[in-house]
Design a protein around this ligand. Structure first.
Ligand code: SF4
Length: 76
C-alpha cells in the first residue's frame, strides 16, 4: 500500500440496517449513532480492516473510495 494515500469512507445511513458488523471489524473507523453506523472520519489510511468492514456489510451501505475517487473493490 502506498504511503500517503487516503481513502474516503461514507456510510449510506438510509441503507444501513445497524447490525454493527463494520463497528466490530473496524471500531477505529466506524461508530454507531442512533442505531446506525457512521464513519468516525471521512478520510482514512488504506487498511485491511477498512476493506474487511466494507466486505462485511450485508447491505453494501459502506462506500469507500480511493485517492482517485474510484470505489474500491473487494480483494485488495
Ligand atoms: S455493516 Fe453495514 S449495515 Fe451493518 S452497521 Fe455497518 S454499515 Fe450498517
Amino acid at each position: 500500500m502506498s504511503g500517503g494515500a487516503e481513502w474516503t469512507v461514507e456510510v449510506e445511513r438510509a441503507v444501513c440496517v445497524g447490525n454493527k458488523m463494520c463497528v466490530a471489524v473496524a471500531p477505529d473507523v466506524f461508530e454507531m449513532a442512533e442505531g446506525k453506523s457512521r464513519a468516525r472520519t471521512a478520510r482514512v489510511r488504506p487498511s485491511e480492516s477498512v476493506v474487511d468492514a466494507y466486505e462485511s456489510c450485508p447491505v453494501s451501505a459502506i462506500v469507500v473510495r480511493d485517492e482517485t475517487g474510484e470505489e474500491i473493490e473487494s480483494g485488495i
